[in-house]
Design a protein around this ligand. Structure first.
Ligand SMILES: Cc1cc2nc3c(=O)[nH]c(=O)nc-3n(C[C@H](O)[C@H](O)[C@H](O)COP(=O)(O)OP(=O)(O)OC[C@H]3O[C@@H](n4cnc5c(N)ncnc54)[C@H](O)[C@@H]3O)c2cc1C
Ligand SMILES: NC(=O)C1=CN([C@@H]2O[C@H](COP(=O)(O)OP(=O)(O)OC[C@H]3O[C@@H](n4cnc5c(N)ncnc54)[C@H](OP(=O)(O)O)[C@@H]3O)[C@@H](O)[C@H]2O)C=CC1
Ligand SMILES: Nc1ccccc1C(=O)C[C@H](N)C(=O)O
Length: 464
């Protein structure tokens, strides 16, 4: 994890009575609230949407999420892992489905290592329950931030139900209002604010693979399923009720695209041709395809993430990434861990310093994660269908077993490390890719790895 270096702790400030304001009660906002309240601060959370626990399910997108070690560490810091573990399903491997319905497998890590499928809604509700149980915590739902006066430290909010508009002063504001952050929007209008957004030419559509009789799973339960098709892909993550949430990542335009599938017949023909094994398990395919929204996919980078000592962006508001590594929420949870650690190390006497240090530590790592997410897009839609790639992964696992001190696969560094900085993982992964490019021409089948000349080559490369 990003750790502060050679910093002198400053004296902790007396507990502030004015609440810290958090804008956005999504995944990261609620976790952040738990961290800040644990430090003795009153917290006021504002959220644009109604309380999901009262309003029922909205038409949620990204229905389930992969939670991995960084996310678990973030949850562990406020002692809530047990609550979440109850609603998670471990996924130990990728299962690839080819066009004839044949399966290949790729374990995520070592025996017993898994990423967890959790429902966004359960996670959000659980975190909200935990937040609400704390004293000195206020959550106001249905309040949308419409304007932010940064120099005057004043929020302008609209009560969504009544339309009433009002101002709220603050001393410290945490902008955790997601990829389309209004807090960031205000900061972007300042002098020397950098901002970029890059959309993929792909969108995503969420679909359902039905549960079998008595809530049984019709595909392997403890796995993440992938239908890699070169230029596009579908994935599926398991739910507790026996269903799977499938997501099609597909071009917006072109000969095979959202644009080209206009009728139920076209959708059925397309799915029947390219995903034949799963179509019989998707009885609502047509309705869902035409009724569910098509989501866009974007990488957002900005700088700075803070304003004086009064505003800090975290989570997607600071670094929205495409979902292909399953790390957006995990990175946001890691933001909370890093901020908490900085507050321990630096004290709370100088928030400006804490905020500066936070963005300095986090930015290179979330930039690296943005690259990794794009890298995994190509891997998931294309490379996992290539037997040579799967062979390479098996060889990497053998190298890791033989030289554990020298080789940890990139996926493990990103996913199964609670704290390796993303930038360090990405740099090591690029080096490993270069090594594998030298080695693989000498390996045609798995047994070739045992040949003395290959063993010699591996040894010599690793000691270079
Ligand atoms: C298809 C898909 C799959 C994904 N899969 C994974 C995965 O497997 N693993 C993973 O780690 N990540 C995944 N992600 C990323 C993950 O969803 C995000 O990183 C995560 O939701 C970010 O949390 P957040 O709290 O920063 O933002 P959000 O969860 O978006 O929360 C922001 C909150 O702020 C509120 N808000 C917004 N604007 C305002 C305003 N003006 N006023 C008041 N409130 C406001 C919103 O209503 C929302 O509740 C996925 C994303 C997508 C799209
Ligand atoms: N990096 C990525 O590719 C993606 C990341 N995500 C993350 O997951 C979170 C939850 O996703 P989900 O529930 O689907 O949220 P939504 O995509 O439904 O977005 C929530 C709100 O953000 C605003 N919004 C959405 N798309 C855009 C856009 N292209 N430009 C400007 N504003 C937009 C809209 O606000 P209004 O109604 O006021 O206009 C919308 O109602 C998001 O907040 C985001 O952080 C989600 C999708 C893609
Ligand atoms: N949650 C996701 C959402 C969309 C796309 C991929 C994921 C993944 O989790 C991929 C997984 N990490 C993998 O590498 O197989």
């Amino acid at each position: 994890m990003d750790s502060p270096t050679s910093l002198t702790p400053t004296a902790a400030a007396p507990a502030a009575t004015e609440p810290l304001v958090i804008m956005g009660a999504g995944l990261v906002g609620t976790l952040l609230a738990l961290y800040l309240t644990r430090r003795g601060h009153p917290v006021h959370l504002y959220e644009r949407l109604p309380d999901p626990r009262k309003a029922g399910l909205r038409e949620a997108r990204s229905i389930n999420l992969a939670l991995s070690d960084r996310g678990w560490r973030g949850l562990a810091g406020v002692g809530v892992t047990d609550d979440i573990r109850k609603v998670g399903i471990p996924m130990y491997r990728r299962v690839m489905h080819d066009q004839r319905g044949q399966l290949t497998y790729q374990p995520y890590g070592q025996e017993g290592q898994a990423i967890f499928s959790v429902s966004r809604d359960s996670l959000n509700r659980t975190l909200l329950d935990l937040v609400e149980a704390k004293p000195d915590m206020e959550i106001t739902f249905g309040q949308k931030l419409t304007q932010l006066d940064l120099p005057a430290r004043r929020l302008h909010l609209r009560d969504v139900a009544s339309g009433r508009e009002y101002d709220v002063p603050y001393q410290r504001l945490f902008g955790v209002d997601g990829a389309w952050s209004a807090v960031r929007g205000a900061m972007q209008r300042l002098d020397r604010a950098d901002y970029s957004q890059q959309y993929l030419e792909y969108g995503y559509k969420e679909l359902t693979i039905a549960a079998g009789p008595n809530g049984t799973w019709q595909l392997e339960k403890n796995a993440l399923h992938i239908w890699p098709r070169g230029n596009y892909l579908m994935i599926a993550l398991p739910n507790l009720d026996g269903s799977f949430n499938a997501t099609l990542f597909f071009p917006y335009e072109g000969s095979l695209s959202f644009d080209s599938l206009r009728t139920p017949e076209e959708v059925e023909k397309f799915f029947g041709d390219v995903f034949p094994d799963v179509v019989p398990l998707m009885p609502e395919l047509d309705t869902e395809f035409f009724n569910h929204p098509t989501g866009s996919l974007v990488t957002i980078r900005c700088w700075p993430w803070s304003y004086q000592d009064s505003v800090l962006l975290l989570g997607d508001a600071a670094h929205a990434i495409v979902p292909f590594y399953g790390q957006g929420m995990n990175a946001g949870f890691e933001d909370c861990t890093v901020l908490d650690r900085l507050l321990d190390d630096l004290g709370e006497g100088d928030w400006g310093r804490v905020m500066d240090e936070f963005e300095r530590l986090r930015k290179p790592n979330t930039d690296a994660m943005a690259e990794l997410a794009l890298y995994n897009f190509v891997e998931m839609r294309d490379r996992v269908a290539d037997p040579r790639f799967l062979l390479q992964k098996r060889i990497e696992a053998k190298i890791a077993a033989q030289y554990p001190a020298k080789w940890l696969p990139l996926y493990s560094r990103v996913t199964f490390s609670p704290d390796t900085p993303y930038a360090e993982a990405w740099a090591a992964g690029q080096k490993q890719d270069a090594i594998m490019a030298r080695l693989m021409p000498h390996i045609q089948v798995e047994e070739d790895f045992e040949k003395p000349e290959v063993q010699e080559m591996v040894k010599s490369i690793l000691t270079e």
